[in-house]
Design a protein around this ligand. Sequence first.
Ligand SMILES: Cc1ncc(COP(=O)(O)O)c(C=O)c1O
Length: 371
Amino acid sequence: MDEVVAQHRLHPLVRSHLHAISPYVPGRPIADVMREFGLHHVVKLASNENPLGPSMLAVQAGQQAMLEVNRYPDGAAKDLREAIAKHMSLSEDYVIVSNGSDEMIKMIAETFLDHGDEIVLPFPSFAHYTFGANVMDAKITYVPLHDDLTYDLDAMLRAISDKTKIVYLCTPNNPTGSWLQHQEIEAFLHQLPDHVLLVLDEAYCEYVTTPDPIRSEKWIAEGKPLLSLRTFSKIYGLAGLRLGYTLGHPALLAYLHKVREPFNANAVAQKTAIAALFDQEHVIRVRDYNEEERQRYYAFFEEHKLRYYPSQGNFILLDVGDGRKIFDQLQRKGIITRAGFPGLERCVRISIGTREENALCREALLAVLHK
Ligand SMILES: Cc1ncc(COP(=O)(O)O)c(C=O)c1O
C-alpha cells in the first residue's frame, strides 16, 4: 500500500490521543556521529551509562546462559526475584521484574490510569513518565522544581486533586541530578492522600553518597502506598540487557502482574543480573569511581567559573547559556552530550565517562566555551 494512502486511511483508526505522542529520541549512536562529522574517535556521554562496564562475574554468567537460549526464560523470574529480595531484606513477593524500568513505567500507567485520571509529575524530570500517561490519555499536572532545581514537595502536594492517582518522584532526578533525603520523602508520604500512589524512581540510587540515603524498602515493608523503581542499567552496567525491578507491597504488585508480558525478562538477563547482584564489590567500585570523577568535574567547573548543578547521579547538568549550540559544538569535536531538555534550554547534561573520556570532554568544553 502506498505510504501516504496508508497513513490517510489508518489515521482515524488510531486512538486519537496517540497523535499527540512524539517518539522518544535516544542519545545519538557513536557510529552516526563519526559518519556525519568524519571523526575517528567519538566519546558518548549522553545516556548515563556505566563507563566501567558490568561485573566480570555477571558477564561469565551471561555467557553461560547463552548456551540455553533455546529454552524460554522462567516467566516468574523466581531465582532473580529471590536474589533481589534477599539483597533488599524483603520477601520475593515484594519484587516484580520488567524489561528495563521503562517497561514498568508503561505497565504502571496501563494498570492504574484511565482516560481523565490525573498524574502529578515534577518538571523537569524523566520524560518517560509523560509517555506512560499519554498512552493512557491521563491528564498530567507538572510541578516545577525550584529555581536551583531542587524539589518543591509542598507544591507537589498542593497539585494533587480528587482525580490524581499517581505522583512521581525521581531521586536522584534525571536530568537535573537533584536528590531527596529519606526524611523528606517520609514526611511527604505522611501527607499523601489515601487515594494516591507514590512512584519513586530510584534508577540512580546506588550512586548516592549523602549521609541520609533513601531506604524505601522500609516503607514498602510497612505497607505504604509506594512503588520503588530500580534498574540494572545504571550502576550494574547492564543497560543493553534491559532489566529493571520494582519493589512494592504484594497486593499492589498483583495488579501489575495482570499487564505483565509472560516472558518480559529474558533468560540471559535473569542469570546475568543474579551474578551482578552477588558482586557488590563491583557496585562499590563503580560508586566510588563515580564520586571521584564527579568531584573532578566540579573542581574544573569551579576553576573556570561554570555554573553546574550538584548531582547524586552519574551525570551532571551544566549551564552553558545555550544548550543546543554547545551540544552541537561539542559533537563536532567528538563529544556527544545531551541537550534540549524542556525547561533546561540553557543546559547540557554530561554523563560521567571513563577518566580519559572525561578529560577529553573538559578539554572540548574549554575550547567551545573559549575559556
Ligand atoms: C530516571 C530514570 N528512570 C528510568 C530509566 C530507564 O531505565 P531502564 O534502562 O531500566 O529502562 C532511566 C534511564 O535513563 C532513568 O534515567
